[in-house]
Ligand binder design. Structure first.
Ligand SMILES: [Zn+2]
Ligand SMILES: [Zn+2]
Length: 362
């Protein structure tokens, strides 16, 4: 537990095995030289712990954290994510994770483009279409349900977030699990919460291992830091504000299914509206019924826009799937290793949102 900052002592000490170790080290005030500079990351973290109900003291720029206790138990990762993670948000007590709230209006646009035309379709067209062929509204209904399910799965699934250094130190065993699952080098043996970039071999660099100065971690090939979520994400494809999440290793399959089902929905709605329109009669007849004209416009225009966007995006992602590249790799040209996208193994979530964080032993 006794570990000085190697930048001050010039010695390499054993890396603490847990968050508690780091914080204990920071808390040993009597061992700290008076001129030791305040560590902003530790101070801000400790202040945030204090905001959660933890007693907190500072002295000579160092922080002391006592055991955490939220409603008689240790806090869970999702409850302290604002302080040890990025801008992602959690719901259902940490079971679902989505993107930052800055995507709200884009996400609302997606839901509106899906739900409003679909609702109007079932209000104004489904009765007539049922008489023509019951399969028409049934297929549209199935496509709508599939679209909503895959949208929710894309939006609320961990895209493959790589926990930041603070979180790796806060959850016992997480560091070992990440090293084993992702194949990155272990965290630097010294440096506490603010380490320097560890030396990466030429081979590792050529393979695409990179140091993230924000997350203070080494990220594996194809991972990238999302500026919107402020996290590193495995096999990062892009951040999609319309689904309010990153698209990465763990939700790319849902995103692809969402594009496909949305295309099917748009197509079946367009066919239904076309059949319904053709049954009304000639164009002059339609102009005499302004309500129906408005309804068809409200269905047709958003559907046409959605269909056009989804078809373009779908063709692009079909191309990406065929060549095994992500959107970022193709747009930036930064390609390190070959890989798959759609059939890439999803792997388990590494953020362990419902795990308890380890407090400092008293
Ligand atoms: Zn990062
Ligand atoms: Zn993101």
């Amino acid at each position: 537990m006794e570990m000085e900052d190697s930048r001050q002592s010039g010695e390499t000490r054993p890396r603490p095995s847990s968050w508690a170790g780091v914080m204990a080290t920071r808390a040993t005030d009597s061992e700290v030289p008076a001129e030791y500079p305040a560590d902003s990351s530790v101070s801000s973290l400790s202040t945030n712990w204090a905001a959660l109900g933890t007693s907190f003291e500072t002295s000579a720029g160092r922080a002391m954290v006592t055991p955490l206790n939220i409603e008689g138990r240790l806090p869970r990762v999702y409850e302290v994510w604002d302080h040890v993670g990025g801008r992602n948000r959690f719901c259902c007590c940490g079971r679902c994770v989505t993107g930052p709230d800055i995507d709200f209006w884009y996400n609302l646009c997606t839901w509106s483009l899906i739900l409003i035309p679909s609702a109007l379709y079932f209000c104004f067209c489904s009765r007539h279409l049922w008489k023509v062929n019951p399969l028409l509204p049934i297929v549209t209904g199935i496509a709508l349900v599939a679209t909503l399910v895959f949208l929710l799965l894309t939006s609320c699934t961990d895209p493959g977030i790589l926990p930041r250094r603070e979180l790796r130190l806060a959850v016992p065993g997480l560091e070992e699990e990440i090293v084993s699952a992702v194949g990155v080098p272990p965290l630097p043996a010294d440096g506490g919460l603010d380490p320097e970039c560890p030396p990466l071999s030429d081979l590792q660099q050529s393979q695409g291992y990179r140091w993230c100065s924000t997350c203070k971690i080494v990220r594996p090939p194809r991972a990238s830091h999302c500026a919107d979520c402020d996290n590193c994400v495995l096999m990062f494809d892009h951040h999609c504000p319309f689904v309010n999440n990153c698209v990465g290793q763990r939700n790319y399959v849902f995103f692809s299914a969402f594009l496909f089902s949305t295309g099917c929905l748009g197509f079946s709605v367009a066919v239904g509206v076309g059949i319904n329109y053709s049954s009304i009669g000639s164009l002059p007849d339609l102009w005499r019924n302004p309500l129906l004209l408005l309804a068809l416009g409200l269905i047709g225009i958003p559907t046409a826009l959605m269909l056009l966007g989804v078809i373009c995006l779908g063709i692009f992602h079909l191309f990406l799937i065929c060549i095994g590249r992500t959107t970022k790799e193709v747009l930036t040209g930064k390609i390190t290793v070959a890989g798959r996208t759609l059939l890439h193994e999803r792997g388990a979530s590494l953020i362990h949102a419902r795990s308890s964080v380890t407090p400092l032993e008293a």
